[in-house]
Write a protein that binds this ligand. Sequence first.
Ligand SMILES: Nc1ncnc2c1ncn2[C@@H]1O[C@H](COP(=O)(O)OP(=O)(O)OP(=O)(O)O)[C@@H](O)[C@H]1O
Length: 258
Amino acid sequence: MSDEISPPLDRTKPAAPVLYLDGVSVVFDGFRALNNLSLVVDPGELRAIIGPNGAGKTTMMDVITGKTRPTAGVVRFRDHDLTRLDEASIANLGIGRKFQKPTMFDALTVFENLELALKAPRGPLACLRWALTGEARRRIESVMEEVGLAARAQDRAAILSHGQRQWLEIGMLLMQDPELLLVDEPVAGMTDQETEHTAALLVRIAGKRSVVVVEHDLEFVRALGSKVTVLCEGSMLSEGSIDHVQNDPRVIEVYLGR
Ligand SMILES: Nc1ncnc2c1ncn2[C@@H]1O[C@H](COP(=O)(O)OP(=O)(O)OP(=O)(O)O)[C@@H](O)[C@H]1O
């Protein structure tokens, strides 16, 4: 046994960022979709990304998840250089992504969809032995509580409302226990009440993990109460509170004033 005593934690030092992008560029056939973009997301941080159409928001998410390789720049998740990894390896590191269109099984219940999303042991023998342990069941129940679908556990996904389907998909991602969750336009097509619920849900799940949300709905972004990054022409145009960016003359000129 080692006699070594760990050094005391230095709480004056800021925690290392979860996500670190520096000088990232993506060039498609000579067109710069991302142009020297930098972004730092801290552990447990909720960050909203806004910007006009074509600003590079989706391309940024694609770079983080390994779908698109940057032409230049640093992309790190904790100590991992994401530019060297494929999409599956990046997902396995703990980065989950929710696309706009939900991808659940309509014929299965809320509970069953969450069960499928749980990391099950791999291989045919392991699958044969796979049974829902008490721990797994508790985990599914806690995720259903977290996303507000506990009362719908036995309902088929097909009969859920648009908003509930989005929350189920967020729940399916939470089953993988990601350290960073990327969420693409979660409130498009939602009612005002669903939008409010979604803001509260994202605020709740950040803290335990980092969450990056791309969204056009500024009332929703205000409800998140988080730092906002404004992208324009592939670069960061402004960053700060929603009041700060909404009053930034550059943001008004290219995004809000139109
Ligand atoms: N595979 C590609 N090949 C060529 N150009 C692309 C490709 N993907 C994106 N682009 C271009 O890069 C720019 C940034 O696109 P991106 O989809 O990242 O913007 P966005 O901010 O997500 O826009 P929106 O709000 O409309 O979703 C756009 O001009 C787009 O046409």
